[in-house]
Design a protein around this ligand. Sequence first.
Ligand code: MG
Length: 119
Amino acid sequence: MQPSTFREIQDQIQAFVEAREWGQFHSPKNLAAAISVEAGELLAHFRWLSEEESNDVVKHPEVRAEVDAEIADVLILTLELADRMGIDPAEAVRRKLAVNEARYPVDKSRGRNVKYNRL
Ligand SMILES: [Mg+2]
């Protein structure tokens, strides 16, 4: 399988949406809400599990496949929202990683799970 760029995937998503005339429903607000809903569906697979049980989800092919599909739902909607708003997802990720690098210096944050303003 060839590696895909975000642009190629976004073009596929756009074609899917246009063929169904769903663009009329996909305002930024609705897409952001849909991302939240799909993230909730992803989270539902881990609800009430212990840390260890959540690590073991990957060992159950049926649940793993469902998690796989929810991850895809979140990504599809996120890539569509970025496209609609003219945001380059790769650049957005690089920008945010740079922000996080500055917020979480390795020497202060290694092995710690506190927010940057508490470091
Ligand atoms: Mg879903």
